[in-house]
Design a protein around this ligand. Structure first.
Ligand code: SIN
Ligand code: FE
Length: 312
């Protein structure tokens, strides 16, 4: 079933996919190879686009990087920052150069993929960090707030998005059989309505204070405040975690999937070895800007949540 139009007469709520409808499968086998897809509408409706046979092909000598020993033990991922800096890794210089080349290649292929899938966003997406995630999900122990085995939408305490969208490309690079196991939750509008009564505006002046203390990299807007509270309210609510509408989704090794992770409720339950590339998109550059979490939250809360920056 296709999600319906986003504006319906008579003020009815737009149709949103249920967790069971959110998964959409495609048979493209290469990031760059395949038709120009025009999947913006599905992505913006909150679907998870899965390409079950789209592996990231490792080159000779690269399989050794699928091992947590390359992590410096501090960061949870090995990441190639927007600045070009490789973070979170340890090893000899020559080895790290190869590791960097691997992540760079994933970044390039992800860019080719989104260019092909979403022609409407051409020239508008900006690439953020790319990462290699070598740790086993099940044995990672974290505080409840950092526990991604709980359903959440992505929002970062130190990195205000101010309404800018988070589009993510993931590939399971596990060398054996281990699927990346996710749960996918209810539509963002339902989630926002459910928790809206518990959202509180930030204390006056707190955004400036956090910026001054360098807790945040930019000023938080009311949007960031709302998204962080939603993230925390969902993760802290064990009844919600257990009872909310949700569906289990497996991503086998060799599969690639694409989501707006600031919109799709998601949780990771198992797996190891994944690559990820983040892209930013201004909500006004969407096909249907009214589906952006910023706009949905403004409608639900009945107040302005700040002007989105051009980039986070
Ligand atoms: C997340 O964004 O919650 C993590 C996804 C994953 O590790 O598979
Ligand atoms: Fe997440």
């Amino acid at each position: 079933m296709m999600p319906g139009p986003m504006h319906l007469p008579g003020g009815r709520r737009p149709a949103q996919p249920t967790p069971q409808q959110a998964l959409r499968d495609f048979d493209d086998t290469g990031y760059a190879q395949g038709p120009s897809r025009h999947l913006e509408h599905l992505l913006e409706a909150g679907c998870v686009l899965r390409f079950a046979r789209m592996p990231f092909v490792l080159r000779e000598g690269e399989a050794r990087f699928l091992d947590p020993r390359w992590s410096n033990g501090q960061a949870k991922n090995i990441s190639l920052r927007e600045s070009g800096e490789l973070r979170g890794a340890q090893g000899q210089e020559a080895e790290l150069a190869q590791l960097r080349a691997l992540i760079e290649r994933f970044a390039q292929q992800s860019a080719q993929l989104v260019e092909r899938l979403f022609p409407q966003y051409r020239g508008k997406l900006r690439a953020g960090n790319a990462s290699l995630r070598p740790f086993e999900v099940e044995t990672r122990h974290r505080s409840w707030r950092q526990d991604d085995t709980r359903l959440h939408v992505d929002a970062f305490p130190s990195n205000p998005m101010r309404g800018v969208r988070l589009l993510r490309v993931f590939t399971n690079v596990h060398p054996g059989q281990r699927a990346r196991q996710w749960r996918v939750g209810e539509a963002f509008a339902d989630f926002a309505e459910r928790f809206a009564p518990r959202l509180r505006p930030a204390f006056p002046g707190s955004a400036r204070l956090l910026r001054l203390l360098r807790v945040t990299k930019a000023l938080r807007t009311p949007y960031d405040e709302a998204m962080l509270q939603l993230h925390d309210l969902a993760k802290a609510d064990l009844d919600y975690q257990r009872d909310a509408p949700q569906a289990a989704v497996d991503f086998a090794p060799g599969s690639t999937w694409v989501v707006f992770s600031d919109q799709v409720l998601h949780a990771v339950m198992g797996g190891q070895h994944m690559m990820e590339q983040t892209f930013y998109l201004h909500p006004d550059d969407q096909l249907v800007p009214s589906t952006a979490p910023l706009r949905v939250l403004e409608r639900v809360l009945g107040r302005d949540l700040g002007v989105p920056a051009r980039h986070p």
